[in-house]
Write a protein that binds this ligand. Sequence first.
Ligand SMILES: [Zn+2]
Ligand SMILES: [Zn+2]
Ligand SMILES: [Zn+2]
Length: 337
Amino acid sequence: MLPQVHIRLSGFLSGSIRRFCLITFAALSLYSCGNNPQKVNPSVGAEIPEATFLVVLGTVQDAGLPQLGCRKACCKKYEGVKDPDKNVVALGLVDPAEQKSFLIEATPDIKRQLEIMKKYISYADFFLPDGILLTHAHIGHYTGLMQLGREAYNSGKVPVYAMPKMTAFLGGNGPWDQLVSLGNISLKPLQHQSEAKLTDQLTVTPLLVPHRDEYSETVGFIISGPNKKALFIPDIDKWQQWEMDIVQLVQQVDYAFLDATFYDENEINNRDMSEIPHPFVVESMDRFGDLPEKEKAKVYFIHFNHTNPLLDATSPAYQKVLDEGYQIAETHQTFPM
Ligand SMILES: [Zn+2]
Ligand SMILES: [Zn+2]
Ligand SMILES: [Zn+2]
């Protein structure tokens, strides 16, 4: 099943004319190629889903967009014109029946992302989720927690679900330990391959993945709702370094949000790629190449470096990924769970 794509104009009226032109241009150019209308035909003002669902809140790699010091075209176009939808990777998870919501990853863009999430929550005057789940201790994935502290929202015991090294890191190092000692957050340890219950209808199961683990281990999550399962792996070194078979896993879930930091090896020329390994999008497409169409269509690429052409819906690479039968994660996509 394909997700609904909601692009809500309310709240984003500033700059809306520019964005409208961009969307219209993208719609026309993609439509004329006869491709995947769900990317380009957003149902403006569509209903908030009534049943349990997941919503994409960000798609960019840790450093965000634009990236500090980047003078190239990829970031130049965002100088002084921040795109409210180009945030660091995060997902929202909502169970309207229990009136509970969860944020997966606490990014540097958390304030804007909770504003987006609020638009999808009809049952309460929403400010904070009922829990935050973290994959690892790299800046894009946890530093948004700082907005919960005494200098900021000063929250009360927000449950933060993370793996043992990650919870030890937060509890044992400033400034994060102050969130614990002041009771702004309450750490909830997760275990590899052990299902944790979020609500009666929602569970999450962490899977350890190989990644640069300087301060914590790194996990992906299998998120299970009453009807659907989603796999979320925003960061992993290379698929072949993982003991689990990603091709099999994709077939066991309904949606797979997968590390697409770099499109291919030619993308950045001033960094040693071996120091920052990720599966290139072209390698992932190769790996999934023999899967039937309906399996490929479960793959949503996410976690784009500022240089990645998949951040630009008008790029040839964006079109190629769609043509090959895969999907590209975009903020505001919702997925029934
Ligand atoms: Zn990352
Ligand atoms: Zn850039
Ligand atoms: Zn990372």
